[in-house]
Every structure is written in C-alpha cells, then in structure tokens.
Design a protein. Structure first.
Length: 284
C-alpha cells in the first residue's frame, strides 16, 4: 500500500470501530491525568518536607544537585514504563480490532503476559540507544571542554584540531544515530505480536526490514508535521491520538510484510482450551 492508502484505510477502520478509538482517548486522557496527579503529589511532598518553593521547573534552573538528577531519572523511568504499558495495550486493541474475539479476551484478561515483556523490551531498547549514544555525549563533552579552555586561555594547534574533530564527529554521529533509531522503530510492534521473541532477534529483524525504507519513513512523518503543531495543546492530541496509533500500526504492518505473524491468537486459543479444561475439572 502507498502512504495515502494507509491513511485512508486508517480513517475507515476508525470509523467502523469507534469504540476502540474512544478507548484510546480515555486511556490517553487517563494517563495525562495520572501524570498530573503524580507531579502534584511530588510537589506537595517536597514543599512540605524539603523545599517550600519547590516546583517541577526548579529542576532545570540554577544549580542541580545529585538528588535532583536522581529524582528526575526515577520519574523518567516511571513515566516511561507507565506510558509504554498503556501504548502496548492500545496497540494490541488496535491489532485485535479486526481480529478474533479470542485474542481480544486474552488481551483483556492476561494483559500482563503481553505488557510486561513489551515494557522490558522497551527498557532494553532505551538502554541500548543510550549505549550507542555514548560517543555523541563524549563529543559534546569535548566541545564544551575546548570551548571553556578557549575562554580562559588561547587554544594550541592540537587543541584546535581536536576541537574540530569533536564537531565533525558530532555531526556524523547524529546522522548515524537518527538512521539507526529509525531502523529500530519496528521493535515495539515485533514484540507486541510476539511477546516471547528474543529482544536482540527483534532488533536484528527490525534493522533488516527497515533497510532502504528510511526515506519512506521520513516522507511518511513529514505528512503529519502540520498536524503536530496544533497537538502542542493536549486536547487536539486527544482526538488525533487514535488516528496516529492506527496509522503507525498499518505502516508497521506494511513494512514488516510477510514477517507479520501474530502469535497472540494461538496463545489465546491455548488459553481458551486451558480454561475449558479447568472448568470441566471444577464441575466434576
């Protein structure tokens, strides 16, 4: 399918399954509400016991202590796991939208068997991206070091050479990282259709399938750029979110192609048979 056909099919599916779209909006609005309540709770506790002038934005101004950095990392990990689990459940709902009812029941009653492996995979993917980004951070540190040195003293020729090398390496590595991050963009969908898949196998498959598709991905996302500007506000994003999920899912299915083999229906059938056996044993 072309990108235009994917967008048209996404609108048609959402029009036929408005209940799933409403579920996505409710989940997203609930996630934003929980985030706001959690931040309000942290602010109230910090104002009461630590700093009466504490707010979320004080973490980004002035001197940042190690405790502030630790708190930011912990909050980021909590939010990351929370939103990843919600998006995984919604992806499964959208996959099951035109599938079997068995898979839908299995997703509803055994969501932890799907969500936990996907969240673990998302954390591994995040750590993996941070690992491959370390040379980028080192080059930034080098640029800052030589810049500060140029303020206090005159740079030598070797310092100037290393300074230019850091800038060049930074630009090259940014391009390589963007290319590699796009190559890994199919990993969440591979894990969503097969939670038992090995993480590194999923990464290898994603890189293999995305080979030569990066320009199409860029063109695909450029189409949504005009829609992203109004979505800076939360409420337009609420209405746009289900459409974005469905379009991303259909685009991933198009890229994965014959490798799209959903394992959840088979798991659901085994689970249904197991439940029937347990019901028969309990009735005897």
């Amino acid at each position: 399918m072309t990108d235009k056909e994917i967008r048209v099919l996404a609108r048609e599916r959402l029009a036929e399954n408005t209940d799933v779209a409403v579920i996505a909006i409710v989940y997203f609005f609930g996630a934003i509400t929980v985030l706001h309540l959690f931040e309000s709770f942290i602010t109230a506790v910090m104002n009461m016991f630590v700093d009466p002038y504490y707010s979320f934005f004080t973490n980004f101004v002035g001197d940042i202590s190690r405790s502030d950095i630790f708190l930011l990392i912990v909050r980021f990990l909590i939010y990351f796991c929370f939103f990843t689990s919600i998006e995984t459940v919604l992806i499964r709902y959208f996959i099951n939208m035109n599938g079997s009812s068995e898979a839908d029941r299995f997703t509803t009653r055994n969501w932890s068997r799907i969500v936990i492996p996907c969240v673990q995979g998302a954390i591994k993917l995040l750590l993996y991206k941070i690992l491959v980004s370390l040379p980028l951070f080192l080059s930034i540190q080098g640029i800052i070091h030589f810049r500060n040195k140029s303020i206090t003293s005159q740079l030598k020729m070797t310092d100037l050479v290393f300074f230019m090398l850091c800038i060049g390496f930074l630009l090259v590595w940014i391009g390589e990282l963007v290319h590699y991050y796009v190559s890994l963009s199919l990993v969440p969908y591979i894990l969503a259709i097969n939670p038992r898949a090995n993480f590194f196998d999923a990464c290898d498959l994603s890189v293999k399938l995305m080979d030569g598709k990066h320009l199409r991905v860029a063109v695909f996302w450029l189409h949504f750029l005009p829609y992203m500007l109004p979505c800076v506000l939360v409420y337009p994003l609420l209405l746009f979110y289900p459409y974005l999920l469905e379009v991303k899912l259909l685009f991933a299915q198009e890229i994965i192609g014959d490798y799209w083999q959903d394992k959840i229906p088979a798991m659901a059938r085994r689970w249904e048979r197991q439940q029937e056996r347990l019901t028969r044993r309990s009735s005897v």
